[in-house]
Design a protein around this ligand. Structure first.
Ligand SMILES: Cc1cc2nc3c(=O)[nH]c(=O)nc-3n(C[C@H](O)[C@H](O)[C@H](O)COP(=O)(O)O)c2cc1C
Length: 448
């Protein structure tokens, strides 16, 4: 189509308005939602290498409902956490689990929260917990795993379109509009173009701003090649309704994604497994293209340490990122502490931070070579441990501690100079006070 025809077309076609705190998916190459592989450090890694937007891992509605929101005083991240029930035994000490973690500075305007749900009411309740901190809520309607489909979630929603429509409409009305963020859905193709068209035609009338289509049917295995022959039709239905259409399935790089967007007339492209293997796939060839895996792993470990990521999760993605035939790298994957992983990979610059985070995460007793020479526990670490202790002593009631100042050690806060200072505006300060709920976004004008 000529650019003249394109602009004439654009002038007459409708567009679902992008809410003031939402994002437009058009022209974007984005990181896919990935359970385990889509935690905060990998999202920061993708953003570092040029991803325009990042989807968080699917989080089930019931697991985020009732979570406490708190700002981690050491790194400024926002943590949504909960305590296990303890079976009603106050004598049993339980530890808070962090269900979702985000970076309000580096992910600002770029994070989409993806939810697993089969109920409009629970979807709305869950979305409200995070809505003030994210740019959009996406409903997973493509997960084929029995744990998801057996509860009516994920790909099961493709077979219950009335329910899916009512979830999306409830989210648009009760979360999208008041919080001024976008609501979107991620689907798979159905077995015939007619069936897919009928479904998509309903979904785009719910008020959603975006629809991602994974170009595989529900029974297809991840290794089977994506099928793109329904894509033009889906993009067309979306375009006529003014909804952005993002393609997914076998997109392997920014450059390829942009070419596919042009070829199929879609608005954006989403990358999953290629980003798991090397997140620098988001970097255009003209800007350097794929980075050597060692550079990527260094950055990944730095983000993991800075965000105090759970070591088990860190190692999961290390396994993907490190090709590792070499013994040194095999050992690194087996490390039981951040300090040992950094030492084995010869990332000496990361060791001082790794030491502190091992202490905060209480991994330091696993150091293979003992404490580094001249090591003493810093004030920041001591504060963090005391906070953990007092939360435990309280019987696991609440993790939210009233923080009056960032924890510091001899030389200043734990966050490295590469992490922007925590947001110190009024809203953020209020969030440190447990009596004040998560911020509601400012109502502002809707932009087209
Ligand atoms: C480890 C892993 C976890 C995934 N978790 C999710 C998820 O939480 N939500 C979702 O909608 N899709 C999930 N997916 C599917 C991807 O988002 C994507 O649709 C699929 O991998 C196809 O994209 P690709 O061909 O680029 O890999 C996951 C995929 C992988 C590999």
């Amino acid at each position: 189509m000529s650019s003249l025809a394109e602009s004439a077309n654009a002038a007459v076609l409708p567009r679902v308005p992008i809410p003031a705190n939402g994002v437009n998916y058009r022209g974007k190459i984005v990181l896919a939602p990935m359970v385990r592989s889509g935690e905060l450090p990998s999202r920061l890694l993708a953003l570092k290498y040029g991803a325009d937007l990042v989807w968080g891992p699917e989080t089930i509605d019931r697991s985020i409902i009732g979570c406490e929101r708190r700002v981690n005083p050491r790194n400024g991240t926002i943590e949504f956490s909960r305590f296990p029930s303890n079976g009603g035994r106050p004598d049993v000490v339980s530890k808070a689990s962090i269900i979702y973690r985000l970076d309000p500075v580096r992910e600002k305007g770029r994070l989409i929260f993806q939810m697993g749900t089969a109920s409009p009411e629970l979807a709305v309740q869950a979305a409200k917990v995070v809505a003030g901190d994210v740019s959009g809520i996406d409903v997973n309607s493509g997960c084929p795993k029995p744990f998801s489909t057996s509860g009516g979630m994920g790909a099961a929603l493709l077979r219950t379109p009335d329910k899916l429509v009512s979830i999306l409409e409830a989210l648009v009305r009760e979360v999208g509009q008041p919080f001024q963020i976008g609501i979107s859905v991620k689907i798979r193709i159905l077995e015939t173009p007619e069936k897919t068209e009928a479904l998509v035609s309903r979904l785009v009338r719910t008020g959603i701003t975006g629809l991602t289509v994974h170009c595989r049917t529900t029974p297809m295995r991840p290794r089977e090649r994506a099928i793109r022959d329904q894509l033009r039709m889906i993009a067309d239905v979306c375009r006529k309704a003014g909804v952005a259409c993002v393609m997914n399935g076998d997109v392997t790089s920014r450059d390829q994604g942009l070419a596919l967007m042009k070829e199929y007339g879609v608005d954006g492209a989403m990358i999953a497994t290629a980003a798991e293997a090397n997140s620098s796939c988001f970097r255009a060839k003209a800007d350097g293209g794929l980075a050597p895996w060692r550079d990527v792993v260094h950055e990944y470990l730095r983000f993991c340490i800075e965000s105090e990521n759970r070591l088990g999760n860190t190692k999961y993605l290390l396994n993907m990122l490190i090709p590792g035939k070499n013994q040194e790298f095999k050992d690194a994957k087996l490390s039981r502490t951040y300090t040992d992983a950094c030492r084995r990979l010869k990332f000496d610059d990361l060791v001082p931070l790794a030491v502190q985070v091992d202490e905060i995460l209480e991994l330091d007793h696993k150091w293979e070579l003992g404490p580094p020479e001249g090591h003493t526990r810093t004030k920041a670490v001591q504060n963090a441990i005391e906070n953990n202790e007092s939360a435990k002593a309280a019987g696991g009631g609440s993790t939210r501690s009233k923080v009056t100042s960032p924890a510091t050690h001899n030389g200043g806060p734990i966050r490295t100079s590469s992490i922007p200072a925590p947001v110190k505006n009024e809203t953020e300060q209020n969030t440190l006070d447990p009596s004040i709920p998560a911020p509601m976004p400012q109502k502002s004008e809707i932009t087209a």
